[in-house]
Design a protein around this ligand. Structure first.
Ligand SMILES: *[C@@H]1O[C@H](CO)[C@@H](O)[C@H](O)[C@H]1NC(C)=O
Ligand SMILES: *[C@@H]1O[C@H](CO)[C@@H](O)[C@H](O)[C@H]1NC(C)=O
Length: 396
């Protein structure tokens, strides 16, 4: 008994020292007094501005890019999941079924797979779970296995690969694109693979089917060992052919956000607290990262009001990942307070500084420090929607 507690302490200790889960006193307005029903209505109203431009025949929103579409559908499903409602069910299910019928090879990025998973979680629709599993099966052909690393060859790539980079393993890394000559392994794809496989595992465990943990742990371990900086933030890309890396200043919210989400589910499913400790480290770093926020705590990344680009939606993925960590860790008050406060900083910035309601519906700018937009900016609504949906959950 004593021995096993000591082992548990020893495992927890190396990560436990540096976590600072306190809420900085400089953050702007880290709480809300809006009621649950008000928060639900603010989130649904934003969704309604997007469903007004949704083509359910393709699952695409006019003015948004391919992977951004799946992010909106994710937030729509999550609002229904948090409120136990079916308001968005038809639009989500119809769009996902349409998109998956259009893309027979599924999407290598795995982004639509997580949207399909969230849809399954909200509505219990097995068709959606099957889309998610089929996508993962496709993506899993592009994971670096232990035998790939030792042979220096990945079966679906036409170049030799490095089994380790800077002395750290490449096992568990996931190639960004399925093209046989594309050498990039990136954190977002690996993070999506990790989260997805674990979400899937969580359900398969619940449904007593089977469990297949190793690829998930390998991917979690790959990011930890090989693709994080010394400040606990997740880096972007590493070239599997020659170990060159994306610039160390390429620090994007969503890489850490997807990792936080994946680690939360991984810790929850395995009960291994060393993943929880690592998740806490990444949360502490990602909520206080000078790379994407000032001392007021408001995220400044991806603030382009003139044209859409992938970067404007990254921050929404961080906020969604934090909301998942909040749900998975009911016993950790400091963590939950930090996540709620960070989410409310963004929420209040959107409502007070970056919105315009003069048209009758509320428009949000992708620049969360403001000013409010003077027209409807679809990618501003996209970036806002996960904050508005998460604020429903983390303030309850
Ligand atoms: C928990 O995960 C860590 C990796 O972070 C691993 O080294 C350790 O063996 C795992 N513990 C158990 C009991 O599986
Ligand atoms: C809100 O948008 C309207 C256009 O519908 C514009 O005339 C007005 O100046 C905007 N308000 C602010 C505060 O930017």
């Amino acid at each position: 008994m004593l021995a096993s507690s000591l082992v548990a302490l020893a495992l927890a200790f190396p990560f436990a020292v540096a976590q600072d889960l306190s809420v900085p006193s400089t953050w702007r307005d880290p709480s809300t007094s809006l009621s649950f029903l008000d928060r639900v209505s603010i989130a649904q109203n934003c969704i309604n501005t997007l469903t007004a431009v949704l083509d359910t025949g393709t699952g695409s929103f006019s003015g948004l890019g391919y992977w951004q579409n799946a992010n909106v559908l994710s937030a729509m499903a999550n609002l229904d999941y948090f409120t136990k409602s079916t308001t968005n069910q038809q639009a989500v299910t119809g769009s996902l079924n349409a998109a998956f019928s259009l893309y027979a090879d599924y999407d290598q990025y795995g982004w639509w797979a997580t949207a399909a998973y969230y849809g399954y979680r909200a509505y219990g629709n097995l068709n959606l779970l099957n889309h998610a599993i089929a996508t993962w099966q496709h993506v899993s052909n592009y994971v670096i296995t232990a035998s790939d690393a030792s042979s220096g060859k990945q079966p679906n790539k036409d170049f030799p690969i490095e089994g380790s980079c800077d002395g750290e393993t490449m096992v568990g890394g996931v190639f960004w694109r399925p093209l046989n000559d594309d050498t990039s392994v990136n954190s977002i794809t690996t993070g999506y693979g990790l989260i997805f496989l674990f979400l899937k595992c969580a359900h398969l465990v619940r449904e007593s089917l089977y469990i297949h943990l190793h690829p998930c742990c390998n991917s979690a371990n790959f990011i930890k060992a090989t693709n994080m900086n010394s400040g606990d933030l997740v880096l972007d890309t590493i070239n599997a052919q020659d170990c060159t890396r994306s610039s160390s200043s390429w620090l994007f919210t969503y890489n850490s956000g997807k990792y936080i989400e994946g680690l939360s589910v991984l810790a929850f499913v395995t009960g291994n607290t060393s993943w929880t400790s690592l998740m806490l480290e990444v949360v502490a770093a990602a909520t206080k990262a000078p790379a994407w926020e000032g001392s007021d705590g408001i995220i400044t990344e991806g603030a382009d009001v003139t044209e859409d680009n992938d970067g404007v939606g990254f921050k929404a993925v961080l906020i969604r990942g934090l909301a998942e960590a909040w749900s998975c860790n009911t016993g950790n008050t400091a963590l939950r307070t930090l996540i709620r406060s960070y989410t409310d900083v963004q929420y209040n910035a959107l409502l007070d500084l970056a919105s315009n309601s003069s048209s009758g519906s509320t428009w949000y700018s992708p620049a969360w420090e403001g000013p409010g937009p003077t027209s409807f900016i679809p990618w501003g609504q996209l970036a806002a929607v996960d904050v508005l949906v998460s604020a429903v959950s983390v303030n309850s």
